[in-house]
Design a protein around this ligand. Structure first.
Ligand code: 4NP
Length: 172
């Protein structure tokens, strides 16, 4: 696996995207891939910049073994579209907002939706839990755990393709 850089994006970067980052990091660590895939998260809005994750989200994530330690930051289009291979939004509005930030078609190709990788196609977005009750936070974690499994399958198949192309290149 050649190094991959993934940026998870939601609206405020205090609930869904920091959780996606933590869930993905947890799964990568279990696989021994934590140095091969770099994960970060950011928000469309800068309203919560510098703040830790939402206390409720932190509590529910921790109960599943995921520690949310980062501070919120806003997406920085000029550096993030260069630094990251995949920029993964949580819902329709995130995808729309990210598409409005692209500088060119190459940037646009880096935008994905988290639920593209879901194995259980029940939700086509990760619902914003900010104004919901406790079950909203559990649902976010359920959906993220499933989508991260699918994302790992995607990374593995991409890796196989890259290795194959590399071998073909070396043969010619
Ligand atoms: P997130 O949740 O996008 O999953 O971090 C939200 C956090 C804050 C706000 C909205 C959603 N807000 O309006 O401040």
């Amino acid at each position: 696996m050649t190094g991959k850089h993934l940026l998870f994006v939601c609206l405020g970067n205090i609930c869904r995207s920091p959780s996606a980052e933590a869930v993905m990091k947890g799964k990568l660590k279990t696989m021994g891939w934590e140095l091969l895939v770099f994960c970060d998260s950011a928000g469309i809005i800068g309203f919560h910049s510098g703040e830790p994750a939402d206390e409720r989200m932190k509590k529910y994530a921790l109960s599943r073994g995921y520690k949310l330690t980062g501070l919120s930051r806003q997406v920085k289009p000029d550096s993030d579209f260069d630094r990251f291979d995949m920029i993964i939004g949580m819902d329709d509005q995130n995808i729309k907002d990210l598409n409005a930030l692209v500088r060119n078609e190459n940037d646009r190709k880096k935008i994905f939706r988290m639920t593209d990788f879901s194995t259980q196609k029940i939700y086509n977005h990760i619902p914003d839990p900010y104004y919901t009750g406790n079950e909203g936070f559990e649902l976010v974690l359920d959906l993220l755990e499933d989508a991260c499994n699918g994302l790992i399958v995607h990374l593995k198949s991409e890796n196989r393709l890259e290795l194959k192309n590399e071998r073909l290149k070396n043969m010619t």
